[in-house]
Write a protein that binds this ligand. Structure first.
Ligand SMILES: Nc1ncnc2c1ncn2[C@@H]1O[C@H](COP(=O)(O)OP(=O)(O)O)[C@@H](O)[C@H]1O
Ligand SMILES: [Mg+2]
Length: 306
């Protein structure tokens, strides 16, 4: 069974002066059990709208979404989900420990299991010391970490996290990435949104890029990175008197006996052919690739131009 299924999902909001905003335009997406999926898009792309529709917190204009085979909005579908909303806000007179206990009770967790899980998640999110203080005294990063902790407490199969790394410092971001990797190892499904490519590169199996309410790319991270190879920087060992041009490509620079050439993918065979014919030694070949950030930016830019 698929963990999350989204079919033809559309959402139109009525904005100021009755203007219509198409926040989501016919999204089709299937997330498998055990998959970590990064939902990447710039601000206002429709990520939170999608997540709220999947959680049944908004009604779609058309289309459907389901979690573990159950329609979005059915209370039963939420039992399997750990959900982190955007901008989590809690009853701030409660302490983190009280809030986690409240969430656990909503999932009808047995008392001793809840106590054990509460301790685990509070320690994991580095909130153990602060657990008895009212959350009104917490920093933004601490509140975000409470948000992540409450999504984990009942140990569900599916995690839907809206910008889980937002508002965190580098240590907090690394911590949340680690937690996502742990969940992946335990075979859980994680669907999370972000506008930062760095967040998805190391943890996701697949990435979907959403721009202006439409999915503009969907692929495995390694495919995106592999398809991004643009060329090579090839270092050749050359005597001082040697020609600095191979197959029409001029050296970028030379240092002592080594010259560097930038060779685009489509010129690689011709270049290496001439290197071999002249018996020149290759010292180093570096791959030059577009990274995920370049890929994302080019999609966002073309999305905006259309
Ligand atoms: N309640 C709402 N009423 C009107 N417009 C909304 C509402 N919620 C979101 N939008 C609009 O829908 C679009 C997508 O928003 P959102 O899903 O929050 O984007 P993201 O989470 O990717 O930043 C934006 O243009 C936003 O202004
Ligand atoms: Mg959002």
């Amino acid at each position: 069974m698929n963990a999350i299924e989204i079919t033809g999902l559309c959402k139109q909001f009525t904005g100021k002066r009755m203007t219509k905003v198409d926040a989501l335009k016919g999204l089709d997406l299937t997330i498998e059990a055990g998959e970590v999926f990064g939902f990447l898009g710039p601000n206002g792309a429709g990520k939170s709208t999608t997540i709220k529709l999947v959680m049944g917190l908004l009604r779609p204009t058309s289309g459907t979404a389901s979690i573990m085979g159950m329609d979005a909005g059915q209370a039963e579908s939420r039992r399997h989900v750990g959900y982190l909303p955007e901008n989590p806000a809690f009853y701030d007179y409660l302490s983190a420990e009280e809030y986690i206990a409240f969430v656990g009770s909503q999932f009808k967790m047995e008392t001793s299991l809840l106590a054990q899980r509460s301790e685990e998640v509070l320690k994991r999110l580095d909130l153990w010391e602060a657990r008895k203080r009212p959350m009104r005294g917490y920093s933004k990063g601490m509140v975000q970490r409470v948000g992540v902790a409450q999504a984990l407490v009942h140990d569900p199969e599916v995690y839907i996290l809206d910008e889980p790394m937002s508002g965190l410092d580098p240590i907090g971001r690394a911590l949340v990435k680690d937690i996502i990797l742990d969940l992946k190892q335990r075979g859980k499904c994680v669907f999370f949104s972000t506008h930062i490519t760095d967040d998805v590169e190391k943890v996701c199996d697949r990435v979907g890029v959403i721009v202006k309410g439409s999915l503009v790319a969907l692929d495995r991270v390694e495919n995106i990175l592999r398809s991004g190879v643009e060329g090579y920087v090839i270092h050749l060992q050359l005597p001082v008197t040697a020609s600095l041009s191979f197959a029409g490509i001029e050296a970028l620079r030379r240092t002592n006996l080594v010259a560097e050439f930038y060779v685009p993918c489509n010129a690689f065979n011709a270049f290496m052919g001439e290197v071999n014919r002249t018996g020149t030694d290759v010292v180093l070949v570096e791959t030059k690739r577009r990274d995920l950030e370049d890929f994302f930016l080019s999609l966002v830019r073309t999305g905006k131009e259309s």
